[in-house]
Design a binder for this molecule. Structure first.
Ligand code: ADP
Length: 365
């Protein structure tokens, strides 16, 4: 168990690419933190810097208060689980799990008891004598997890460990890793590009883009209160709707764009005004737009649109609507009786409208 701290840590590769820029982050002892972001955002590099597999170009990394910049990986007391968890094909499951401990010259009895304990908790105790080729992909992944667990490290690092598994197995293994975290109560740092995986696993999520940490918060805080347009658009599926426009003065002040003219609450208008009125982007999640097939309402926030596509998913329905070039995705968790081509009115939940600076992406209100 250990706290992990990054202080202004940066990594520039020899080819001049700065993969991680001034990352500062404090991960508490026993915390489960997920690093998430699109491919190439620097999350694997950051994890590898913590592991000691990449040198830090500037800044510091501390594990349990000790600066480890110059400490080799094997002395950092961490265990890493990769996407390509290459097991030794000629060794049994037991030998694969015991290998690292043997290399450390641990007494045989201790090795046996650690392997057995880990195998039982991962439900692979019946396969200890098998070779990897006689296991399913999911079982092999559990052996790889077991190999990390037997080390009893201070910190577990995971680099996209589930991406080779099929969808069903991915969900199962995700739950297993969550359970493992509760049982082992060890600090875990987990890298994924999948925002659903991130939302369901982390105590806190670190969202990265372009080598820079964008926001660090618990899952629902990220979802409800994103710091910028990138985070707002990255977290949530279907993604948040965005419309570029501007704010006009008046009572009430309004957000206007090609398709919309929405009255704003006084407090929101005040915040937007303070930030300057030009170039504001409205963001609203699909579930925060209501729809009605009734005649156009007179309320200022409602708006007439044409239904493009309806997707009934079972537990919810996605309705894609448009007005000229402006499109919205609406999510309703009840069946809706609308069809492609129909004219309907939609209504924005004024309390859930978010506003961003169009130029910088920064959250304004
Ligand atoms: P992610 O894990 O988010 O997909 P990476 O950390 O692998 O991102 O990569 C971040 C950036 O650093 C990318 O632009 C990638 O091309 C670059 N990069 C990664 N590894 C190396 C390397 N060994 N040498 C040079 N550039 C690298």
């Amino acid at each position: 168990m250990a706290a992990v701290k990054l202080a202004n840590a940066s990594k520039t590769y020899e080819n001049g690419i700065t993969a991680v820029r001034n990352a500062s982050l404090e991960i508490e002892d026993r915390e489960f933190v997920v690093l998430v972001g699109p491919s190439g955002c620097g999350k694997s590099t950051l994890l590898r810097m913590i592991a000691g597999l990449e040198d830090v170009t500037s800044g510091d990394i501390l594990i349990d208060g000790r600066r480890v910049n110059d400490v080799p990986p094997r002395d950092r007391d961490i265990a890493m689980v990769f996407q390509n968890y290459a097991l030794y094909p000629h060794m049994t499951v037991f030998e694969n799990m015991a290998f690292g401990l043997r290399m450390r010259k641990m007494p045989k009895e201790e090795i046996r008891s650690r392997v057995r304990e880990a195998a039982e908790s991962l439900q692979i105790a019946d396969y200890l004598d098998r070779k990897p080729k006689a296991l399913s992909g999911g079982q092999r992944q559990r052996v790889a997890l077991g190999r990390a667990i037997v080390r009893k490290p201070k910190v577990f690092l995971f680099d996209e460990p589930l991406s080779n598994l099929d969808a069903k197995l991915r969900v199962q293994t995700r739950i297993e890793i969550n359970r493992l975290h509760k049982r082992l109560r060890t600090t875990m740092i987990y890298v994924t590009h999948d925002q659903v995986e991130a939302m369901t696993m982390g105590d806190r999520i670190v969202v990265m883009a372009g080598g820079v940490i964008q926001q660090v918060d618990p899952p629902m805080k990220l979802y409800d209160d994103p710091a910028n347009r990138f985070v707002a658009g990255f977290i949530g599926s279907p993604a948040m709707n965005f419309v570029e426009g501007k704010v006009t003065a008046g009572r009430p002040a309004r957000f206007i764009c090609e398709a919309l003219s929405l009255p704003l609450a006084a407090a929101t208008a005040h915040r937007l005004k303070k930030a300057g009125r030009e170039g504001v982007t409205l963001g609203i999640r699909p579930e925060h737009i209501g729809l009605s097939t009734a005649a156009k309402r007179t309320s200022g926030a409602s708006h007439e649109v044409t239904v493009d596509v309806v997707e009934p998913i079972g537990n919810e329905t996605l309705v894609y609507v448009r007005d000229g070039e402006t499109q919205f995705c609406i999510r309703r968790n009840e069946p809706v009786s609308v069809k492609s081509g129909m004219k309907i009115s939609i209504l924005f939940d004024a309390k859930r409208m978010l506003f961003f600076d169009t130029k910088t992406g920064k959250r304004l209100g």
